[in-house]
Design a protein around this ligand. Structure first.
Ligand code: M6R
Length: 616
């Protein structure tokens, strides 16, 4: 939800800001802009509705000299995407410029106060109000105080409610860049040639070796090749300097036309990263060091609660099924956003997990804080190292998938499922699973990368199938048990990148309403591996075919009999039922990707969406 890049240093700011924005575009792409402080302390602001390439086109050959600048790519909250509503925004004097990620909840009250004092606003945004508000406080501070700008920002933010990650510059402070955060991520990048502020590491990974993940309520002042971090509320702030672990190649598309396709094809490696070094063959169990739980504490767990949103919630639902069938521990999944406000009664032996690729999803972060406030231990399953959830959780497991840049989650989903499987086996081995069974499971896990690689070879075949369904009015995705959340995930992938209305449902639910949708233009994609419920799935297929609905079946290699019943078949390798969800989702990802390409939709930047949802 909005991306920020800011720079102060020895280099020219403009190219650094633009290249950083390109790498943050997954956070929002309805408009963008830059502000650079020029050699005569003149503030040059250029902003444009549309994607970064529209801004670049508008800038053309123009070069705006300057070593201090801020920039922003927007996902609109207040005010439609337009040139005027794009960031940076300025204050009443026009000397202060600001970029912001988050929502200023009391902007209406502040705006009213400022309007009464003669402030005039150009946009409909909460951010412009924030810029005016800070500028207004600045005017009231001592002009001779060298820390005037930082002090004004601190004072102004005390009266602000809501969330912000922001970067501020001022024409009267040509050697000063200030950032602050509450609820929205902000990272300080450190290099000998200058300092950066950014919403996410990939934007600056090519230029810095070290970063500081700022904490909520931190304010950072960058000046004279140095930085100073303090707290908006408490005086000094504790921070850690971390090494950048992302490489340039990881954050780029490489030879792939889209991030989504690259990330789908990275799954064999991502899955391997999720279990590598974690399979303890001698003890016939996985080992996850970061759980911070003693064996006694693990034994006393009676219930598991997963909190997550979107695809991560679908992965959690697979985890629920795995925990129950493998470890016999009751598990449940809640929408993070619902949990936070529902006041769910929880058994005291409940262990909570928050699953979040970005580790910054505000609904999941707030759900975690609510569970922690109630005294529960919450563990994080995150991909992004140093993210807020990873830092504030009471322990957890990193996914190690590498950066996921496409809005549509793919490799993070399979890695999350893998981690829930590792958990299920750990808990199972502490209860009733024998060493022999445990060992078999570890061996099955080690085969998954190879099995996924085999499915990826079918990409062209899946593209040909996709060609036959481009005119679909809607699509149904069906699965049972642990494959029901995979069906949900398949439906989400398809609808978010192709805008074709899709439903995901348990097969048997068809009869309870959804079957009314079945017709010649509504294909059903059914997950029907040759497992214990295969015959039940065949009945569902018959019901659809009896109503002239086209059927695409995802089934197990070697299953020839299904071909005469359905219109198209995609096979996946034979595997135990606890492995199948990680395999069955891959054809669905490819099916959605190819459908998007064939219908001229941009799979990396679907309309109205952003990768990391940092507003409620
Ligand atoms: O970063 P998170 O895993 O917390 O994100 C949660 C959802 O916003 C995310 O999974 C979303 O549903 C996917 N991008 C959809 O493909």
């Amino acid at each position: 939800m909005c991306g920020i890049v800011a720079y102060l240093g020895d280099k020219e700011a403009q190219p650094l800001l633009i290249s950083g924005l390109r790498l943050l575009e997954y956070r929002g792409y309805d408009s963008s802009g830059i502000a650079i402080l020029g050699p005569q302390n003149n503030l040059k602001i250029v902003k444009r509705k549309g994607k970064i390439r529209d801004l670049e086109k508008y800038i053309g050959d123009r070069h705006f000299p300057g070593h201090l600048g801020i920039s922003h790519t927007r996902w609109a909250t207040h005010g439609v995407p337009s040139d005027i509503n794009s960031h940076p925004h300025t204050d009443q004097s026009g000397k202060l410029a600001l970029v912001h990620n988050g929502v200023i909840e009391n902007y209406a009250t502040l705006k009213e106060r400022l309007t009464k004092q003669g402030h005039k606003f150009k946009s409909q945004t909460d951010t412009e109000v924030l810029a005016h508000w800070i500028g207004h406080i600045y005017e009231q501070t001592d002009p001779n105080d060298p820390d005037r700008l930082e002090k004004a920002i601190k004072k102004a933010l005390i009266e602000v409610t809501g969330t912000f990650g922001l970067a501020v510059i001022h024409a009267d402070h040509p050697n000063c860049l200030i950032g602050a955060r509450r609820g929205s991520p902000l990272i300080l990048g450190i290099s000998e040639e200058g300092h950066f502020l950014a919403s996410d590491v990939p934007a600056i990974a090519a230029h810095v070796q070290k970063v500081v993940y700022l904490n909520d309520d931190d304010i950072v002042r960058i000046q004279d090749h140095q930085f100073h971090i303090s707290s908006l509320t408490r005086g000094e702030s504790k921070f850690e300097i971390s090494q950048v672990e992302i490489t340039d190649a990881e954050a780029s598309k490489g030879n792939f036309p889209h991030y989504m396709l690259k990330e789908i094809f990275e799954q064999p490696q991502a899955i391997m990263n999720a279990f590598r070094g974690r399979l303890h063959h001698e003890a016939a169990t996985p080992k996850l060091g970061g759980l911070n739980l003693t064996p006694q504490e693990m034994r006393s767990v009676r219930r598991i609660l997963f909190l997550a949103c979107g695809s991560a919630r679908h992965a959690a639902m697979v985890g629920e099924s795995l925990l129950e069938t493998i470890a016999h521990i009751p598990a449940e999944v809640d929408f993070s956003s619902e949990f936070r406000y529902r006041n769910t009664p929880l058994d005291e032996n409940t262990l909570c997990f928050v699953i979040s690729q970005s580790g910054e999803t505000i609904d999941s972060l707030n759900a975690m804080r609510e569970a922690q406030r109630k005294g529960f231990r919450v563990l994080g399953i995150c991909n992004r190292v140093g993210s807020t959830i990873a830092r504030e959780s009471n322990g957890g497991v990193y996914m190690h998938s590498g950066p996921e840049m496409a809005v549509a989650a793919t490799k993070s989903f399979t890695a999350q499922v893998m981690i829930t499987l590792l958990l299920a086996i750990i808990f199972g081995r502490m209860r009733h699973i024998s060493a022999t069974q445990g060992q078999e499971m570890l061996e099955a896990i080690e085969k998954v990368p190879q099995q996924i690689a085999k499915i990826l070879e079918k990409s062209e075949e899946i593209k040909d199938i996709a060609k036959r369904y481009l005119k679909s009015k809607s699509m149904l995705f069906l699965g049972r048990q642990a494959l029901y959340p995979v069906a949900l995930e398949g439906a989400l992938k398809m609808k978010e990148i192709t805008y074709i209305p899709c439903e995901g449902l348990p097969c048997a639910e068809l009869k309870h309403g959804f079957i009314a949708l079945v017709d010649k233009k509504t294909p059903s994609i059914i997950l029907a591996p040759t497992d214990s419920l295969y015959e039940k799935n065949i009945s569902s297929i018959q019901e659809i075919k009896a109503r002239q609905g086209p059927v695409i079946a995802i089934t197990t290699e070697g299953n020839k009999s299904i071909r005469s019943l359905v219109d198209d078949v995609i096979t996946i390798p034979q595997a135990p039922e606890y492995i199948t969800p990680m395999l069955a989702v891959v054809p669905l990802q490819l099916f959605a990707y190819h459908t998007a390409i064939l219908t001229n939709c941009d799979p990396d930047k679907p309309r109205n969406l952003a990768k990391s949802v940092t507003v409620e």
